[in-house]
Design a protein. Structure first.
Length: 276
């Protein structure tokens, strides 16, 4: 009877809906064999549209000089992006469609949106140099995501190769948010701040396509039990962030962005000491 139910379920998946939309068919591995399955997993694929909407909101808000709202929208997109992968892994609903959908969402939310927010806020005053910095960032995000997709199956999940696009977006968003909170925007924006924003934007783009190793935190298991003190520390972290969100988030983003080059520098220093 169970076999009949399973067969009925498979037949239900194969029913043509009759809609003027191409049905998605994907090859999956089942017991070492390749099978063709129709449709997509609903739960994890409900989250990328949230990140897409937040990215679009950030772009529109920056066009209206609402830079604080634009920066917050990028962090909201990061929240949705962090959830979809974990939900897929926890519910065992990973798929090739989900990987590509998430990647395209990331390109909008963490590639195009941060560059346009930074450009509208400060880079436009730098002329062609600002255009170049924004382009380097967008191109770096595209190359970073393409490299990640092609190497995801063979790379070590414990580390990212190159700065992840959400981390690069957090760096720009927290910089814009911090400076705007201090009143640095529009005609009151000093040239030094604009130059710093240009350097950070181009630097983030280059870090995304670098070979520096960054901790991914993907092996952090949310389902296992932890000591009560860990929960207390998490509450304290949230409390510290709420004291001064833009500056605290900027500090975290800068430390993480520099951790890749920092680890390489420490390794080379240790190698030289051993050689001597």
């Amino acid at each position: 009877m169970d076999q009949d139910a399973d067969k009925s379920g498979e037949d239900t998946q194969d029913i043509e809906l009759g809609l003027p939309v191409d049905e998605h068919i994907e090859e999956v591995s089942v017991g070492g064999l390749r099978e063709r399955r129709r449709g997509v997993y609903l739960l994890p694929n409900l989250l990328p549209p949230g990140a897409l909407f937040a990215g679009l909101f950030a772009i529109v808000a920056s066009m209206n000089a609402q830079f604080e709202a634009a920066s917050l929208a990028i962090f909201v997109a990061m929240f949705f992006d962090g959830l979809d992968g974990r939900v897929a892994r926890l519910t065992n609903t990973q798929s090739a469609f989900g990987v590509q959908y998430d990647s395209l969402s990331d390109m909008v939310s963490f590639g195009v949106a941060p560059a346009l927010v930074a450009f509208s806020w400060a880079l436009s005053s730098m002329g062609k140099l600002g255009w170049a910095a924004a382009f380097v960032y967008v191109a770096g995000a595209a190359l970073r995501l393409a490299r990640f997709n092609t190497q995801a199956a063979t790379s070590d999940n414990s580390f990212f190769r190159g700065l992840a696009s959400p981390a690069a977006a957090a760096l720009l968003a927290s910089l814009v948010w911090s400076a705007t909170d201090l009143g640095f925007q529009g005609e009151e924006l000093p040239g030094a701040i604009a130059a710093l924003a240009t350097f950070v934007t181009a630097g983030a783009g280059l870090l995304m396509v670098s070979n520096f190793r960054y901790q991914s935190f993907k092996k952090f298991d949310l389902r296992r039990r932890v000591p009560f003190v860990i929960m207390l520390l998490m509450v304290l972290v949230v409390g510290v962030v709420t004291v001064d969100p833009p500056r605290i988030l900027l500090l975290v983003a800068v430390v993480y962005a520099l951790s890749g080059p920092g680890q390489l520098a420490v390794q080379r220093l240790r190698t030289r000491r051993k050689a001597h």
